[in-house]
Design a protein around this ligand. Structure first.
Ligand SMILES: [Zn+2]
Ligand SMILES: [Zn+2]
Length: 573
């Protein structure tokens, strides 16, 4: 299907025309067309064949001709003419956080900035200051935006990394020579972003494994092809390294290559105190100058030989291990199977792709007991926020579905906008109707730390609110967290029985592991939600659980591990 390709090119044209200074009416037509085509249930090539392109809402004769031309030739003349006037590189400039079409145009006109690299140069050379409307603070924001872009290029999010690793692992697992296989590194620790993929294999025939690996179809180029180690670049420029080790050392190697570096240092220090040595080959006793292997086959065996409890990979960072080691028994971390429901998903009532019934069916298929359908409120117009009148209809639809289902409950929810003063987007009469209420900030990130803190604290004090969605506002590769006093908000959340969300959507992962660890110390309770906008997104729950584990959460810390009756009780203020 070429639907997405056509949508992308129209989206780009809209942006380029906006930079060019074209009238809003014209740019909007392209954006609208892009959105419609991306969401078409039918193949655009079929529509073309059957002469039905102009039947698509918002597609007139002129746009239909452009689509046909693109489908026939793979090119669009109007687009190619446009990029002669407005360089394509400006599309990347526009997407640098805090830039947008107006500033991109200004920098292009005044400084001939045609790419992100040009922009970086202009910022470093101090050329931005003095331009109309550009203050010192603007430059500072742009500088920060450029940093986020760079990080986004160097590191992928956990979701993207998992997908790459899963493909390689699945392909190599098929080989009879492969006895055990696991992704190690920061991916195994569940870090929010990952630089490259490390895969570890237990096999007695490394050469065969290497030969297959470097020839896999997803490989673009081979950096190294050795006897027990190889390194490749995928078509999306992700570096994937594999390493084959002997069975007797597989556990030790997995421990070593999972890291983190700081965690490994800590283990080595502990080993030295006990007259032991730990390396990628095993755990050894070095008593009396004689080296004797104690463990190496399994990770668990290595920890045991060192006299330590097993540390889950997500906890192997340089914070708080002493607390963990000192305890006789550490409560088990929360697991995916503990999750009883998803409390933040969208439906066709706002910007979701699937109906409430479809979302509920998918949730039931996962073994969940409940689902809160939390569509946007009216202020978020781009996301089709639900009006108070439509809420009545939505509630009726949910009641009807609930009446038909046994052992499953759909909660009438909302993701309500927090305005710049910390007020919510519906009045109290409307708010009191919801079973589950999520409050969220989607705009006004630029406020001062005091203002943002006040805003969030005020929301915690609102008696209708159950949780705060994506509490720091981070958007990986796009936007950093907004500035506020996190401890202050944690305290307000605890005082008012409000949960903080761990948003499992891969570009968010907000709160992140470090935030969760910190908030837990304040006594905060959490919900782990996917923020699914379509059925498949509900699979992101695993990333949220990983993030919770990185913050040391147990089942008891997470609201949506409760049964339905327990949940309704816990939600009471
Ligand atoms: Zn949101
Ligand atoms: Zn949402």
């Amino acid at each position: 299907m070429k639907n997405q390709d056509v949508a992308d090119i129209f989206e780009r044209m809209g942006t380029l025309l906006e930079i060019k200074g074209e009238i809003v009416f014209k740019t909007r037509a392209y954006y609208k067309a892009a959105e419609t085509i991306a969401g078409l249930p039918e193949d655009i090539e079929t529509l073309r064949k059957e002469n039905r392109l102009t039947g698509i809402p918002g597609i007139g004769q002129a746009l239909a001709e452009k689509i046909s031309q693109y489908l026939d030739t793979g090119r669009m003349q109007a687009y190619e003419e446009l990029i002669k006037e407005v360089p394509e590189g400006l599309l990347d400039v526009v997407h640098v956080p805090s830039i947008g079409p107006k500033k991109a145009k200004l920098f292009f006109d005044q400084l001939k900035v045609k790419s992100v690299a040009d922009l970086r140069e202009a910022v470093d050379a101090g050329k931005l200051s003095g331009l109309p409307g550009i203050q010192e603070k603007t430059v500072e924001n742009i500088r920060r935006g450029l940093k986020i872009v760079r990080e986004g290029q160097e590191r992928m999010n956990l979701g993207a990394a998992t997908q790459v690793a899963d493909e390689f692992v699945a392909a190599l697992k098929k080989l009879p020579e492969v006895k055990e296989i696991a992704a190690a590194g920061s991916l195994r620790r569940g870090r929010e972003t990952v630089r490259d993929i490390d895969i570890l294999i237990n096999s007695v025939n490394p050469q065969r494994v290497m030969d297959v690996f470097v020839r896999l179809p997803q490989v673009k180029s081979v950096n190294a092809h050795g006897e027990t180690r190889s390194s490749v670049l995928t078509r999306n420029n992700v570096q994937v390294d594999i390493r084959v080790v002997e069975p007797k050392s597989f556990g030790a190697a997995l421990l070593y290559f999972t890291g983190s570096k700081d965690f490994n240092i800590k283990l080595r220090q502990i080993a030295i105190k006990k007259e032991m040595k730990v390396s990628e080959y095993g755990v050894f006793s070095v008593k009396g100058g004689r080296e004797r292997m104690l463990a190496g086959k399994t990770e668990a065996g290595c920890f045991k030989a060192l006299g330590l409890p097993y540390v889950p990979p997500e906890m192997r960072e340089d914070f708080g291990e002493e607390e963990y080691f000192a305890r006789e028994r550490f409560p088990a971390l929360v697991e995916l199977k503990d999750i009883q429901g998803d409390l933040h998903v969208h439906s066709t009532w706002s910007d979701g792709h699937n109906t409430i019934a479809q979302m509920a069916e998918a949730a039931r298929a996962k073994g969940y007991k409940y689902l809160a359908v939390s569509d946007h409120s009216p202020r978020l117009r781009v996301a089709g926020g639900v009006s108070p009148e439509d809420l009545k209809k939505k509630k009726k639809e949910i009641d009807a579905l609930n009446a038909k289902m046994k052992d499953f409950h759909i909660l009438f929810g909302a993701e309500v906008e927090i305005d710049s003063d910390g007020n919510l987007d519906y009045n109290n009469a409307v708010l009191s109707e919801f079973d589950f209420l999520i409050a969220a900030i989607h705009s006004g990130f630029e406020q001062s730390s005091e203002q943002l803190t006040k805003r969030l604290v005020k929301v915690c004090q609102n008696k209708y609110v159950h949780t705060i969605a994506h509490p720091t506002g981070v958007h990986l590769g796009k936007r950093g967290p907004y500035h506020f006093d996190f401890s202050e908000v944690c305290k307000a959340a605890v005082d008012n029985n409000v949960c903080l969300e761990i948003n499992a959507f891969p570009v968010r992962l907000d709160l992140n592991g470090a935030n969760v660890y910190h908030a837990r110390k304040h006594g905060v309770k959490f919900v782990i939600d996917t923020d699914a906008h379509r059925v498949e997104h509900m699979d992101y729950m695993k990333f949220g659980v990983t993030t919770a584990r990185r913050g040391w959460l147990t089942k008891g810390d997470v609201l949506n591990t409760l049964s339905y009756p327990e949940l309704t009780k816990a939600m009471k203020k």
